[in-house]
Design a protein around this ligand. Structure first.
Ligand SMILES: CCCCC/C=C\C/C=C\C/C=C\C=C\C(=O)SCCNC(=O)CCNC(=O)[C@H](O)C(C)(C)COP(=O)(O)OP(=O)(O)OC[C@H]1O[C@@H](n2cnc3c(N)ncnc32)[C@H](O)[C@@H]1OP(=O)(O)O
Ligand SMILES: Cc1cc2nc3c(=O)[nH]c(=O)nc-3n(C[C@H](O)[C@H](O)[C@H](O)COP(=O)(O)OP(=O)(O)OC[C@H]3O[C@@H](n4cnc5c(N)ncnc54)[C@H](O)[C@@H]3O)c2cc1C
Length: 581
């Protein structure tokens, strides 16, 4: 927090710095500096901001974002916590009517936070208006005791991020002033009348903002993992590549290059996509403040798509890096286990990936249908019904590969839409038909998202300001990324007729060439990510390459090494050894 203040970084921008990576097993303040700060910035009106933001900036108020309940995370409309307006006292009464309405999971809620943005079903004048955000004080600002009517606790150990206190929260007819409803977009007036927002999903804005932040942070996490695994692969010598010759660096093995180089490329693909979504988010935020919500659906869908793809890619990439380090990748001091556990959760939180991909698919199908009818569609999906441009680029050029992605994605959407229509004719119910097609729909969303990421990678590399040598390395990496994802998705390209079996063999050959060509660049590329050793926190990935010394030194810190003979010997082992069992 001192560093943020020193560098004048506003609270809500902390999550896109590396500050949170310093704590490896999660951070009790992350939801405060990200979601809570952003909810105040985007959902509170100016008067409310004046009241709470300075206190949050000074950490007098430490907040969390309490939306998920034991019974409902994905289906936000199904939340059960109620906020009923009492016109007599001009207060909202917050209540948790059932066990399933217990708020469950919010980061920092257990022990750290003294306030929260609580999402609750808003009732006024006898009518429910759906989930709305409220600023709620949970603990006394001086003693930190939970306030009467507020029941708080921590939910227990998790797969990872155990330095963060994820919490639970129940309300027992807990009263807050009317003015604690975050009123930037919708309001409840003193007489209880409801003023609706210009778009009914504006109250979901904090989730959209966080999804964008997650994309950025996934590229950082993956960058840490590839740095560790690549440096280690340059230090580690194992086996014989040529019988009788010295053991080579394991980075010389083609299989090792195949494990690492595509994920180094992926760091750039995710980073460039994150920058593009971030730019869009800033434009949309500016438009919303002028009352224009036209681009909000596009931002929602793009942030869902990129959050889903980046969390999946970075998680898989980190696991591959761990495996690429053999046994030493499994030791905590390698840094890889905590990178994995603090990244795999991004697949689930802020919208479970399958659910987000289905949102993307819904948009693709609707846009495809609109395009066929000649209705206007937003820029990112115009290609679904635009004429093919395959013939315009030299065969197997980067542009041709992007076109192949585009046409294959459009083709898959077209096929899936036909399947949806057939299923609808059988079921006579759109929702059942949708469910029966949902695996294919997720594939549509994945291919569309991959097309977007590939396109962003290529367009950024083509326009980047860099020396010829740096540009050339980035071009090779980008080419490797495109080919790698084409080989992983060969079926789609064959089905759409955009690439033949011969094309795929040619591309595969080129991929193997690229692995060899990029091998000498692997270490410089990860060095260029420029992580300090303290931040990487890895015995395998430190800059000086003293892997074995560091492993040995770290082992000395094990509590079991404080004494030669452990207490357990006297208590359990010796009796066992003498028992003749
Ligand atoms: C690696 C380290 C990471 C660090 C990263 C940095 C910061 C991270 C900080 C902290 C993270 C830690 C904590 C995590 C916190 C949380 O998880 S908070 C809880 C998050 N919860 C969710 O994300 C819930 C997911 N569910 C939803 O968002 C919605 O329920 C869902 C979108 C699935 C459905 O909503 P629903 O109201 O039911 O809508 P419909 O499906 O009926 O759709 C109606 C139309 O509304 C459109 N729409 C939906 N959402 C939005 C939106 N946000 N903006 C704009 N529009 C939206 C939807 O597309 C439909 O449109 P059409 O009718 O088709 O036109
Ligand atoms: C580490 C961590 C931190 C978190 N921090 C917070 C926080 O700070 N604040 C907060 O409010 N919440 C937080 N959460 C909660 C998180 O947002 C939810 O867990 C997440 O949104 C998923 O919802 P769920 O748990 O209800 O999963 P479910 O929706 O129950 O998912 C279970 C399965 O059902 C499937 N499924 C559900 N709906 C559909 C559908 N419509 N179509 C197809 N399949 C479906 C999913 O794909 C998944 O396979 C956190 C969670 C974790 C793990």
């Amino acid at each position: 927090m001192r560093k943020l203040a020193e560098h004048n970084i506003p609270l809500r921008e902390a999550s896109i710095t590396q500050v949170h990576s310093v704590l490896r097993d999660g951070n009790p303040l992350i939801v405060h500096t990200s979601m809570f700060a952003n909810a105040l910035a985007s959902l509170a009106n100016p008067k409310q901001q004046q009241q709470w933001v300075p206190l949050a900036e000074k950490n007098r108020i430490i907040g969390t974002y309490a939306q998920t309940e034991i019974g409902h995370g994905t289906f936000v409309r199904g939340l059960e916590t109620t906020a009923i307006f009492d016109p007599e006292t001009k207060e909202f009464v917050l209540h948790s009517p059932t066990i399933t309405s217990t708020k469950w999971w919010p980061g920092g809620l257990g022990k750290t936070a003294n306030a929260a943005i609580v999402m609750a079903q808003l009732y006024t004048q006898g009518k429910c208006y759906g989930p709305h955000p409220f600023f709620v004080q949970l603990r006394d600002f001086d003693t930190h005791h939970s306030l009467p009517g507020v029941i708080l606790g921590e939910i227990g150990p998790r797969l990872g991020i155990n330095s963060q206190d994820n919490g639970y929260l129940r309300f027992d007819h807990y009263r807050i002033p009317r003015t604690n409803m975050l009123m930037r977009h919708s309001q409840v007036l003193e007489d209880g009348s409801y003023v609706k927002p210009i778009h009914n999903k504006l109250s979901y804005g904090t989730m959209v903002w966080t999804r964008v932040a997650i994309v950025h942070s996934c590229s950082k996490k993956l960058a840490c993992a590839v740095t560790i695994a690549t440096r280690y692969s340059a230090v580690r010598h194992q086996s014989e590549l040529v019988p009788g010759k010295p053991e080579p660096q394991i980075l010389e093995y083609q299989t090792q290059q195949y494990k690492l180089l595509p994920h180094i490329a992926s760091v750039f693909a995710i980073l460039f996509s994150a920058s593009s979504v971030l730019r869009m988010q800033r434009n949309v935020a500016a438009s919303i403040s002028k009352g224009n919500v036209e681009l909000l659906p596009e931002l929602h869908i793009l942030s869902c798509a990129m959050k889903a793809l980046s969390s999946q890619d970075s998680t898989q990439g980190i696991e591959t890096c761990r495996l690429a380090c053999g046994g030493h990748g499994y030791i905590a001091s390698s840094g890889l286990p905590s990178l994995y556990t603090s990244t795999t959760c991004t697949i689930t939180y802020e919208g479970e990936n399958t659910v987000l991909l289905l949102q993307v698919a819904r948009y693709l199908i609707k846009s495809y249908r609109a395009g066929l009818e000649g209705l206007p569609v937003l820029p990112s999906v115009m290609y679904l019904t635009a004429p093919s441009a395959m013939h315009q680029s030299p065969p197997l050029s980067n542009q041709a590969l992007i076109e192949a992605f585009r046409i294959s994605s459009a083709n898959l959407v077209k096929e899936t839409e036909s399947r949806l229509c057939r299923q609808f004719n059988l079921e006579q119910n759109f929702h059942y038909a949708w469910n029966r097609c949902s695996v294919a729909l997720v594939h549509c969303a994945e291919l569309h998202s991959r097309y977007y990421m590939c396109e962003k990678f290529l367009s950024t590399v083509e326009s980047i300001r860099a020396s010829d040598r740096v540009r050339s390395v980035l071009q090779d990496l980008c080419r490797l990324y495109l080919i790698h994802h084409i080989t992983l998705n060969q079926g789609h390209f064959l089905r759409s007729g955009t690439l033949s079996g011969v094309d795929l063999s040619t591309l595969e050959e080129e991929m193997y060439e690229l692995l060899a060509k990029l091998r000498p660049q692997a270490v410089p590329l990860v060095d260029a990510f420029d992580f300090r050793d303290e931040l990487l926190g890895s015995t395998l990935g430190a800059w000086d390459g003293r892997v074995y010394e560091r492993l040995y030194e770290e082992a000395q810190k094990s509590p079991l090494n404080k004494t030669d003979v452990s207490k357990a010997y006297h208590k359990y082992l010796q009796p066992l050894m003498k028992s003749n069992l």
